[in-house]
Design a protein around this ligand. Structure first.
Ligand SMILES: *Cc1c(COP(=O)(O)O)cnc(C)c1O
Length: 397
């Protein structure tokens, strides 16, 4: 089966992903994925921080099937029960007062930019610039590419959407210097995911909040990856002791069903008025049923606190491995269950490949860092399994 899929892909699918890892999964259960030959893989990446509930979660699947039997899509012309209830769930558990649903992380971020712009437009102020960070990742649409501080993503698409500029992360003076009277918003990831799991300092983030208050600037947190329990808090901002004006969510929000959310706090909750923004698919009955089921299961299984507990345990285990292989593991960075294991440059790719061959899924980001973002249902036994495996791999390589 795999060979046939590869051939079809090579011929008909746009070559955006190049050589993919040579596997095609047929079925999943919990942390496990099975390929067409019955080989078992352990999913320590969770579909890039998406599959918070793991694979084939019984209650989740039952909720999805239940909604499929009722109605999948109606359109934004009509009221949608699940959409209203999921918006309420997000608002009740965060600093958001109002929510808008999109279909992806990038699209949620686009919504955030539009809110920032329209807020000042309606006040008659000429504020439209958005400051983001180097090494950030905000998505693949044209505006989110302009926001993404990585040359490789921007280069082929110049001229970029105007108004965006990047500054060095964790450098408050650089950010302060970039602010002008045209600055509408600052958008950051609290833990930079795609570039190698780099958490922002608490003091830095608090200073940005203060600066934004003083200069009337909208503070946006891109929590597409860090949101929905990943960091051991429902949203990562909750560990920084401050609140953003807008945060976005996506990846884990639908447990694998595509959905994104723009969540706005008091300052900008009413910036959008009828006609200012819209969507065909966003927040449809099916996608929002998925979001509601994710919330339900999070509460029942206490997955947010599990992320914190298991994250700590994971770090302890990894620190022991690092101690043994201090020449090969150069750093470990973590927020909850978003973990970066930095490997010395020459070995990183080989370690990643060997893990994959042995049936352990991770991703290599920022060139030399293994990203671990497992389902939040993970147990100590799973962590032990990974720690033993990486110890063995580092021994061999
Ligand atoms: C994944 C990611 C995005 C993009 O989400 P898509 O659903 O792929 O559009 C944006 N921001 C961050 C921080 C992400 O990790």
């Amino acid at each position: 089966m795999l060979e046939e899929v590869i051939q079809l892909d090579k011929k008909y699918y746009m070559n955006t992903f190049g050589e993919r890892l040579p596997v095609c999964f047929e079925k999943g259960e919990g942390l496990k994925l099975f390929d067409d030959k019955g080989k078992t893989y352990y999913d320590f990446l969770g579909g890039i921080a998406v599959n918070a509930l793991g694979h084939g979660h019984k209650e989740f699947i039952a909720a999805l099937k239940n909604q499929l039997d009722k109605v999948i899509h109606t359109s934004s012309l009509y009221y949608i029960e699940n959409q209203a209830k999921l918006a309420a769930k997000l608002a009740e558990n965060t600093c958001a007062e109002r929510v808008f649903f999109a279909n992806s992380g990038a699209e949620a971020n686009e919504g955030a930019f539009k809110i920032a712009k329209i807020y000042y437009h309606k006040k008659g102020l000429d504020k439209y610039e958005i400051i983001t960070l180097d090494k950030s990742f905000h998505g693949r649409t044209l505006a989110t590419v302009a926001a993404t501080g990585q040359e490789k993503y921007q280069k082929p698409y110049r001229p970029l959407v105007p108004g965006f500029k990047q500054v060095e992360p964790n450098n408050f003076e650089a950010l302060e210097a970039a602010v002008t009277d045209k600055t509408a918003a600052v958008m950051i990831e609290l833990v930079q995911g795609e570039s190698g799991v780099h958490p922002m300092d608490k003091e830095y983030v608090q200073k940005i909040r203060k600066l934004c208050d003083e200069k009337d600037i909208i503070l946006i947190f891109d929590e597409v990856q860090t949101g929905m329990g990943r960091t051991g808090h429902l949203f990562a901002y909750q560990m920084y002791g401050i609140e953003p004006d807008i945060f976005t969510s996506a990846k884990a929000l639908g447990g694998g069903i595509p959905i994104g959310a723009v969540c706005a706090g008091k300052k900008v909750a009413n910036a959008f008025e009828p006609g200012d923004h819209g969507t065909t698919f966003g927040g449809n009955p099916f996608a929002t049923a998925a979001g509601l089921a994710v919330f339900d299961i999070f509460e029942k299984e206490k997955l947010v606190s599990n992320a914190e507990v298991m994250g700590k345990y994971f770090e302890e285990k990894l620190m022991a491995v690092k101690k043994k292989h201090s020449d090969k593991i150069t750093d470990i960075r973590r927020a909850g269950l978003l973990i970066g294991i930095q490997i010395c440059d020459e070995k990183a790719k080989a370690v990643f490949n060997k893990l994959f061959d042995d049936g352990f899924l991770t991703s290599l980001c920022g060139g030399n860092t293994l990203r671990i973002a497992p389902p939040l249902i993970i147990s100590k036994d799973d962590v032990d399994l990974f720690a033993e495996e990486i110890d063995k791999v580092l021994e061999e390589i």
